[in-house]
Design a protein around this ligand. Structure first.
Ligand SMILES: Cc1ncc(COP(=O)(O)O)c(C=O)c1O
Ligand SMILES: N[C@@H](CCCC[NH3+])C(=O)O
Length: 438
């Protein structure tokens, strides 16, 4: 059986369960394609991150990077677990506010925040603005003057670290669109501007080196770099950072070939590095913040699909087509991402063929899996793709005017709809007829 499925996830009928709920029942009740989250797994990962900080006895914030999956329900779960969250758009902020996420625990990110987004963030008193560039410093200054208020800010630094991951998932290399560059002195200049602005309360430094990273080394280097900058700034400007945010990016296991550390072990190494640096430089130990997205929701998510047509080209792997595809999971097409898929009605069945799992979208690249070993399937079989919880639904589209799937949370044997399936009416509800008569 697939090693990512636990023995206790198979019920008496031999079906895969999620959060104690039979996938066959889920498909029957909510239809497919369907995104299902095991909520307990989400809670456990947040708790595991927190535990490391508690054991290390440091001030901290586990901030859920909600770009990985945003909806009212996930903000509720994150808040209930005492997590913070980071948002990168007015839409994510609006959703978090709708979920009554504690505003002081929200940080606002982004490399091109608009004035109206900053206005919304300041008006709602979000905890922190992670300032990314000089244009933003000006805009934020304007907004703070107009609203006659102050706000806590952090500066996002590009640490000059090229993480080992897909090029599109790298964010910390020198030539990046995110953050203030170090070498050219941009970061120093940004600090000078922020310190000179009485409406901006500079609380610390931020860096995020990328996503789906397996090597510890990159995180340790980033943590060290941030501490070095903080030490420089203390001696150069007399400014002492109170918070160091090392971002997220902890890699998860998608296939049998992946062998990552547990996400919380990355954090333990980061904390140790920062403690050591602080001790060596006699720097007061700062609060340590992390921003994991994928590692919190990725492994907890499943996409359920029903198979339809099957095409056999002699000498090639068959195409088994499902009722979803790149519209609900763009990652295979965009990053060549790999997933594993099982037959939900019998995950223990002997694997008898290698197939391609094709989506239903009008694109040759709409292949969810290039080579998946499966038992025999027929039209109407129920498949469960594993570990789809991060950047799946959140990157979903209406390509080909397909409706986006429903999302269900399952926990302790109960399932609850948290995002409705889009209807055909939803697909046209923003459309306006064109009237070209004079
Ligand atoms: C600034 C920032 N923080 C946190 C994250 C979350 O990363 P991940 O989902 O890989 O943990 C991202 C995404 O890469 C990001 O850009
Ligand atoms: N969307 C990316 C992660 C992006 C992280 C955002 N900086 C992925 O699915 O791998």
């Amino acid at each position: 059986m697939n090693s990512q499925i636990l023995e206790n996830q198979i019920n008496q009928a031999g079906h895969l369960t999620i959060g104690g709920v039979d996938t066959v029942e889920l498909a029957k009740k909510y239809g497919t394609p369907l995104v299902v989250y095991d909520v307990e797994q989400i809670r456990n990962q947040i708790r595991a991150f927190k535990k490391v900080f508690e054991e290390e006895n440091v001030k901290y914030a586990v901030s859920y990077a909600s770009k990985a999956f945003a909806c009212i329900a996930i903000y509720q779960v994150a808040a209930a677990e005492g997590a913070y969250t980071d948002v990168v758009s007015d839409g994510e902020l609006y959703t978090a506010l709708k979920a009554h996420f504690p505003v002081e625990k929200i940080s606002f990110h982004g490399n091109n925040k608009s004035k109206s987004e900053l206005e919304m963030a300041v008006k709602n008193h979000v905890g922190k603005i992670i300032v990314d560039n000089f244009h933003e410093i000006k805009l934020l200054d304007q907004v703070l003057r107009e609203q006659d208020t102050k706000i806590d800010v952090m500066l996002r630094i590009t640490p000059g670290i090229s993480a080992h991951t897909h090029e599109y998932d790298q964010t910390g290399q020198v030539d990046s669109k995110f953050g203030f560059d170090l070498e050219s002195g941009q970061a120093d200049l940004a600090l000078e501007q922020v310190l000179a602005n009485s409406r901006m309360n500079m609380i610390g430094l931020h860096a995020h080196i990328g996503s789906q990273i397996f090597e510890l080394n990159g995180f340790e280097m980033a943590a060290k770099k941030l501490m070095e900058i903080a030490e420089n700034w203390r001696s150069q400007y007399g400014y002492t950072a109170q918070v160091i945010n090392v971002g997220g990016g902890f890699g998860i296991k998608y296939t049998a070939e992946d062998n990552p550390l547990k996400p919380e072990e990355f954090v333990r190494a980061i904390v140790k590095t920062i403690k050591e640096e602080a001790k060596n430089a006699s720097f007061p130990l700062p609060e340590i913040d992390i921003e994991p997205g994928r590692s919190i929701v990725g492994p907890a998510g499943y996409n359920l699909y029903t198979t339809g047509s099957r095409k056999i080209v002699p000498g090639h792997r068959p195409y088994v087509t499902v009722d979803g595809g790149m519209g609900d999971n763009i990652r295979p097409a965009l990053y060549d991402a790999k997933y594993e898929t099982v037959l939900a009605t019998d995950p223990r069945a002997e694997l008898t063929e290698h197939v391609r799992i094709a989506g239903k979208y009008c694109e040759s690249g709409d292949i969810l899996a290039e080579d998946q070993a499966l038992p025999a399937t027929k039209s109407g079989s129920l498949l469960a793709m594993l570990d789809t919880g991060a950047y799946g639904y959140s990157m979903a589209s209406n390509y080909n005017r397909n409706a986006r799937p429903a999302v269900v949370f399952a926990e302790k044997g109960k399932a609850q709809l948290v995002i409705k399936r889009e209807s055909l009416e939803d697909l046209v509800h923003l459309d306006q007829p064109y009237n070209n008569e004079d």
